[in-house]
Design a protein around this ligand. Structure first.
Ligand SMILES: Nc1nc2c(ncn2[C@@H]2O[C@H](COP(=O)(O)OP(=O)(O)O)[C@@H](O)[C@H]2O)c(=O)[nH]1
Ligand SMILES: [Mg+2]
Length: 367
C-alpha cells in the first residue's frame, strides 16, 4: 500500500528513444543474410521497420507501466501527485506514451505489409523511409510527454514514502516551538529525518518503532505552522492529504514565547489547525519544559520513571505536567518525551482501531 517514487527510473528524451530504435533496427538488418537480392532487401527493410517500432513502442509501454497508476494509488500519494505535478497532466502524459506505442505498432504493420507485397526495390525503400518518417513524427508528438515525465520524476522522487497502514503523527505548532527537536528526540536509534521539497514548502518525516510497529511523524513547515488568510488549492490539498493519513496530531506550544510567536497567536494557530484537521485526535503539548521556573513539579519523578523503564511492554509512565496541568516535554533534556511517546502509541492504536476503513474487509463495527 505504498508508492516508492525513488524507484522510478530515468526517462529518455525523444532523441534518445529514436536513436535506440533506429540503431537497433540497423543492427538487426545487418544480420540478414540471403543470397537472393529481392528476398534479402525485403527482409532487411521489414526488419528495420519492425525492430524500430518494436523497440520504441516497447520502451513507451514499459515506461507507462512502471509509473504508479493513479487509480490504484493511496489517497495520500494521489493528493501529493496532484499538489506537485497535477493529476490531470500525470494521466495525460502517461496515456500519450500508450497512444504513441499503439500508433507505432500500426505503422510497422502497414509499412511492412507494403514492403512484403511489392517486388520493386523503389517501392520497398519508400515504404521503409515512410515508416521511419511516421515513427519520428509520432515520437515528436510523444516527446513533450517524455520531457514532462522526466521533470516530474525529479519532483516526485523527493516525495516521502508514507505508509498508509502505519500510524502517522502530524506535528504542528508555530515556527521554533521545537517541532524538529521533538521529532529528532523521538526518532531514536536509526533516526531518519528527511527534508522533502513540497512545491515551495517542505515536508519533514521522522520515524520511530514501537514494538516493531513503525510510527511516522510528519512536520509541515510553511503549511501548518502559521496562520494564513488564504491557502491556495495546492496547500489545501496537501492539508487534506495529511489529514487523511494522520492518526494523531501533536500541537506544540512554546509558552516561554522564545519561539518569537506570542501565546495569543499560538492559540489562534491552534484554533486554525483544529479547524483544518477536524477529524484528527489532538494532544496539545507544551514544549521546552526545562525553561519553566519553577520546573514542573513531577520533573524528577518522570525522569526517574523514564530512565528505569527497560523499553519492554507498554506501561503508563507518568507524563510530565506543567503547573496548569498541561502535558509538557523537554526535548533538550529528554524529559517527558518517552512518557509522551507511550501515550502517542496508545492513542494512535485507539484511533486506528476505531477507523472502520482500516479494518479488514467484512469486519463490521457496531457503534
Ligand atoms: N530550552 C529548550 N529549547 C528547545 C527545546 N526544543 C527546541 N528548542 C530550541 O528551540 C529552537 C527551535 O527548535 P526547532 O526544533 O528547530 O523548532 P521548529 O521550528 O518548531 O522545528 C532551537 O533553538 C532549539 O534548540 C527544548 O526542549 N528546550
Ligand atoms: Mg523545524
Amino acid at each position: 500500500m505504498k508508492v516508492v517514487w525513488r524507484d522510478l527510473v530515468t526517462v529518455l528524451t525523444e532523441e534518445e528513444v529514436l536513436d535506440k530504435g533506429f540503431s537497433r533496427a540497423k543492427k538487426s538488418a545487418d544480420r540478414v543474410d540471403d543470397p537472393v537480392k529481392v528476398f534479402r532487401v525485403r527482409k532487411q527493410l521489414t526488419r528495420m521497420v519492425q525492430t524500430a517500432a518494436d523497440v520504441m513502442s516497447q520502451y513507451l509501454e514499459d515506461t507507462e507501466k512502471s509509473w504508479p497508476s493513479l487509480d490504484q494509488m493511496p489517497i495520500f500519494d494521489k493528493a501529493m501527485v496532484d499538489a506537485c505535478v497535477g493529476c490531470d497532466d500525470y494521466r495525460h502524459h502517461l496515456s500519450m506514451l500508450g497512444w504513441g506505442a499503439k500508433q507505432m505498432r500500426k505503422i510497422a504493420k502497414q509499412n511492412s505489409d507494403k514492403i512484403v507485397r511489392s517486388a520493386r526495390f523503389e517501392v520497398m525503400h519508400d515504404a521503409r523511409k515512410e515508416a521511419y518518417g511516421r515513427l519520428s513524427s509520432i515520437m515528436r508528438r510523444v516527446g513533450p510527454s517524455l520531457d514532462w515525465l522526466h521533470e516530474s520524476r525529479m519532483i516526485l522522487r523527493q516525495l516521502p514514502v508514507i505508509d498508509q497502514v502505519c500510524p502517522t503523527i502530524v506535528v504542528c505548532g508555530a515556527p521554533n516551538v521545537g517541532k524538529s527537536a521533538f521529532i529528532s528526540s523521538l526518532s531514536s536509534g536509526n533516526m531518519e529525518v528527511n527534508h522533502y521539497p513540497f512545491t515551495t514548502k517542505q515536508l519533514h518525516v521522522g520515524h520511530f518503532k514501537h514494538r516493531r510497529v513503525p510510527h511516522q511523524m510528519v512536520d509541515t513547515p510553511g503549511l501548518l505552522d502559521r496562520p494564513m488568510d488564504d491557502r491556495n488549492a495546492i496547500e489545501m490539498q496537501a492539508i487534506a492529504a495529511i489529514e487523511h493519513v494522520g492518526s494523531l496530531c501533536i500541537f506544540l506550544m512554546d509558552i516561554s514565547e522564545q519561539c518569537g510567536t506570542s501565546l495569543d497567536d499560538q492559540h489562534n494557530l491552534l484554533d486554525e489547525v483544529k479547524a483544518l484537521l477536524p477529524d484528527i485526535d489532538m494532544i496539545v503539548v507544551v514544549s521546552k519544559a526545562d525553561l519553566m521556573e519553577p520546573r514542573p513539579e513531577n520533573w524528577d519523578e518522570v525522569m526517574q520513571a523514564e530512565s528505569q523503564w527497560d523499553g519492554e511492554g507498554e506501561p503508563h509512565l507518568p507524563v510530565l505536567l506543567d503547573e496548569e496541568g498541561c502535558v509538557t516535554i523537554s526535548s533538550l533534556d529528554d524529559v517527558g518525551v518517552t512518557a509522551l511517546r507511550l501515550e502517542i502509541v496508545r492513542r494512535c492504536k485507539e484511533n486506528m482501531a476505531s477507523d472502520p476503513l482500516l479494518l479488514p474487509e467484512g469486519w463490521h463495527r457496531q457503534s
